[in-house]
Design a protein around this ligand. Structure first.
Ligand code: TYD
Ligand code: MG
Length: 483
């Protein structure tokens, strides 16, 4: 009996101590998860194909050490806020407070300035000019206290860069070279900045997680903590992010879900033009576009892109057509160049830069079928000048005309431009914002413009000085241009 009792007490003690140990273990629990590098899907087991996004071979192993939420918040120096559901009609709708960035292009892409308490991500390939753009912008914000966290460059390197950019002295610009998230929050607490810049999110890591900086889990945890800070304190934060080989933001999609605004800085390193595009914006349109020129002394805003894109003299050259394009709400004229040559080997080549290849193939099929031009034995190369990428369907007509001009080796008269979408039966479909396209062409001294016939209704012809040529089918356009 006695021994039985002893045994019972012993087993109770053992199970108790086991339970305490388990609790302690739960406080800092380590686990291995497999994360998809493409979409961020987590799985306890490795898999060849991601069940969420369907990509192959994207799973990588990550070690996660979970800490209880309270401990995490204390570590981040943020007090948890108890929230309570509120009636929608009780919520006061006030306009978002926006910070003027003193940069017209950036302001427009952001939707009218940087919103207080927002988290903005600027992504782009290495060396494209992300750090330069952000540094020159914060140097102009003389009335704001800015904390620039650099995880990539030393303060001396930043100073050298700032010296290249002409600026008025922002005495309140503070630089900290730091990669630990906990340290960054300590700096923020001490400095109480109006704006925080983190260059780049892939170099920042939190001590709560064992995986290396730049890994998906690190990027996700750090940006989630930064988002929480931005929302709770109303301080806007700009994150700089890298782009991976496939051209999407490394980190990956998870990062795009977390932040409020995603801006992509793109352009060819061999060209000096850079384009700032909005991919996601919770406070504005995503159709906006900002254009910059990379110079010796930093980035210059390009407020009149047409002049820059049409600067070359192309008189007497075949295969060039000028299109009136619109990106967002901004009209500009672009130069479409085509080269058609006899295919030397069996398979003809088709290549398009800055234009959708599938759409070009469709347009070639329209040319073949409706107009009877035999392009099957020809190589066709298409290029949008200036390294631009255009999605506006209104440049279809210019694409077709440039191809035909090159094929016939006949130039299109200078002073002629065009806008129009081409349908499968060779019809020219109406385009949006026709007045803006026309006035842009007028502004740049064009004399004649081919426009879709359906767009002619509702146009105030008295105000228009340029000669408009309404066209209904591609044949009509060709007759007009090539006789
Ligand atoms: P950077 O801003 O460091 O690019 P990122 O942060 O996107 O990696 O820009 C680097 C390039 O910009 C570098 O190749 C040099 C060029 N540059 C200029 O041409 N002019 C300038 O005034 C500056 C500061 C940089
Ligand atoms: Mg950089």
């Amino acid at each position: 009996m006695l021994s039985c009792g002893c045994l019972a007490t012993f087993s109770v003690t053992v199970s108790l101590s086991l339970r305490i140990k388990k609790k302690r273990l739960m406080a800092t629990k380590e686990k291995t998860v497999y994360v998809c590098t493409n979409c961020g899907h987590e799985s306890p087991k490795w898999a060849g194909k991601c069940p969420a996004c369907g990509q192959w071979n994207t799973f990588v192993e990550e070690v996660v050490r979970k800490e209880p939420m309270v401990a995490k918040h204390v570590a981040h120096g943020i007090e948890g806020v108890r929230s309570k559901p509120q009636c929608l009609k009780e919520i006061v709708s006030s306009d978002e407070q926006r910070i003027d960035m003193h940069d017209e292009e950036l302001n427009r892409v952001l939707g009218g300035g940087l919103v207080e308490g927002s988290l903005t991500l600027i992504g782009g390939e290495p060396g494209i000019g992300k750090s330069t753009l952000v540094l020159q912008t914060v140097l102009r914000l003389t009335d704001k206290k800015v904390l620039y966290i650099s995880g990539e460059e030393s303060s001396r390197q930043l100073k050298l860069r700032a010296d290249r950019i002409p600026h008025s002295d922002n005495a309140d610009l503070l630089i900290a070279c730091e990669t630990s998230l906990e340290q960054i929050f300590t700096h923020i607490k001490n400095v109480a900045p109006d704006l925080v810049v983190i260059d780049s999110i892939q170099t920042i890591s939190t001590e709560n997680i064992d995986s290396s900086p730049g890994s998906i889990v690190q990027v996700r945890e750090c940006s989630a903590a930064i988002l929480k800070f931005a929302k709770e304190t109303g301080t806007p934060v700009i994150l700089i992010g890298h782009i991976n080989k496939e051209g999407s933001l490394a980190g990956p999609k998870v990062l795009e879900h977390i932040v409020d605004t995603v801006l992509q800085f793109e352009g060819d390193q061999h060209y000096m033009y850079r384009i700032l595009r909005s991919i996601k914006n919770r406070f504005g349109s995503t159709a906006e576009l900002g254009i910059y020129e990379m110079r010796q002394d930093g980035l210059r805003q390009v407020s009149n892109p047409s002049e820059l894109l049409l600067s070359q003299d192309h008189e007497g050259m075949s295969g060039v057509a000028i299109a009136g394009a619109v990106e967002g709400i901004r009209p500009f004229l672009i130069e479409v160049q085509a080269l058609v040559s006899t295919a030397a080997y069996g398979m003809p080549q088709r290549s398009a830069t800055g234009f959708d290849l599938r759409r070009m193939n469709m347009l070639l099929a329209v040319l073949e079928k409706r107009v009877g031009f035999k392009l099957a034995q020809k190589d066709v190369f298409l290029n949008i000048a200036g390294g631009l990428k255009v999605n506006d369907p209104a440049i279809d007509l210019a694409v077709i005309c440039a191809i035909l001009s090159s094929n016939m080796d006949t130039e299109i008269e200078t002073g002629v431009c065009m806008a129009g979408e081409v349908g499968l039966s060779g019809e020219i479909r109406p385009v949006n914002r026709i007045e803006q396209r026309i006035s842009e062409a007028e502004k740049l001294g064009f004399k004649r413009m081919l426009v879709p016939r359906q767009n002619m209704q509702g146009l105030d012809k008295n105000k228009i000085k340029i000669q408009l040529v309404p066209v209904r089918k591609v044949e009509e356009a060709f007759r007009e241009l090539f006789g």
